[in-house]
Ligand binder design. Structure first.
Ligand SMILES: Cc1cc2nc3c(=O)[nH]c(=O)nc-3n(C[C@H](O)[C@H](O)[C@H](O)COP(=O)(O)O)c2cc1C
Length: 159
């Protein structure tokens, strides 16, 4: 199968949208991601697939933890902000408001929910790496609808 056919078929799998955040020696970084999957309940684990070409990949090499900020339907702009490649910054996340998680990772303010993970394993996955995290904390921040991604564009739940 060619790459474009694969992309259009896998695009039929609707997902949520989250920002994966890391803090390596005070240098903060966020990347929009939807290749995220709940992995295990015993232990509590999830995985995120990270492109080897991304700054997020380089951050993940030095990070001990990462955060997930699950975006709400009114946070499309935040998704776009973190879908642009940007080098990690000392103490800032592209001007987006954040709080510090229990593992020192930044977490986006006003997201739908946060999950905080200690990195358990990094596995080779072709041109991506699969980062497995032990989920150590998390919370739902507000009662809102999720931002969705379907067919290569943002989508929302039907009213
Ligand atoms: C909705 C959406 C989902 C994405 N999912 C992923 C993903 O799961 N993994 C990934 O590596 N990149 C994903 N991307 C692409 C990255 O966000 C993009 O390549 C970003 O520029 C990488 O930034 P960085 O180089 O600063 O880390 C996604 C982009 C969008 C808009």
């Amino acid at each position: 199968m060619d790459r474009d056919t694969y992309r259009s078929l896998i695009g039929e799998f609707a997902t949520g949208v989250a920002v994966v955040t890391t803090n390596v020696d005070g240098r903060l970084h966020g990347m929009t991601a939807n290749a995220i999957c709940s992995l295990s309940l015993e232990p509590l684990q999830l995985l995120v697939c990270v492109d080897r070409e991304s700054n997020c990949y380089r951050q993940m090499q030095g990070a001990e933890a990462f955060g997930l900020s699950i975006l709400a339907s009114d946070q499309e702009e935040i998704s776009n902000t973190f879908a642009r490649t940007t080098a990690p910054e000392a103490g800032s996340l592209l001007g987006v408001a954040f709080r510090q998680g229990c593992l020192s990772e930044p977490l986006i303010e006003n997201a739908l929910a946060h999950l905080e993970c200690r990195i358990a394993e990094r596995i080779d996955g072709g041109d991506h790496i699969i980062v497995i995290g032990d989920v150590v904390a998390g919370e739902r921040l507000r009662d809102a609808e999720p931002l969705l991604f379907y067919g290569g564009r943002y989508a929302r739940l039907a009213p």
